[in-house]
Design a protein around this ligand. Sequence first.
Ligand SMILES: N[C@@H](CCC(=O)N[C@@H](CS)C(=O)NCC(=O)O)C(=O)O
Length: 202
Amino acid sequence: MKLHWSPRSPYVRKVLVVARELGLNDSIQCVRSVADMRAPNPDLMADNPLSKIPAMVLPSGEVLVDSGVICEYLDTLAGGNILFPAPGPDRWSALTWQALATGLLDVLTLWRNERDKAVAMQFPAWLDAFALKTDATLDRLERDAPRLASAPFGIGHVAVGCCLSYLDFRFAKVGWREGRPELAALHEAFRARPSAMATEPA
Ligand SMILES: N[C@@H](CCC(=O)N[C@@H](CS)C(=O)NCC(=O)O)C(=O)O
């Protein structure tokens, strides 16, 4: 399997962590693909017309796009219902945690684009909205952290872990741990896993 990859993408990291957790790391060949919102990459677009990573080319030639889809495919390949619970309440919780964390990454990506513009070009209402949504999502995850901590390690933990590491990497000033001790403890447990240590953004 060929994975369109970049070393600092938190979405790609989700796939790498899942692959390691499932023992599938050696089945994946990572190919460096530049994904820049302002400059669509024709080589990447040949496989993913959205010009986004991760995208994974299967031996059959079929291309899977979106980190959640790829992670669930890998889970199925490893036997199924390992990191993705079977249909039922635990599955909806896990998928919701994944959606919150991946959605927060989407907000952070837009926030980063906006803050990197010249100040005169920035739109303050957007900056405020990104900050508000980030805080509110982190508060929701803090409330859910005890449930996450007691649930078997799964896709929710992977997505939340990668998202919090991305905050540390690109948004240290947000100080997300402040007032969120449960989430901070959850993240320490994530960071201690071999799959997380091997994929830490440099
Ligand atoms: N929903 C997608 C989002 C992927 C995504 O936004 N990836 C970024 C890389 S960190 C990207 O490819 N950005 C380029 C672009 O949006 O054109 C997923 O979960 O895989």
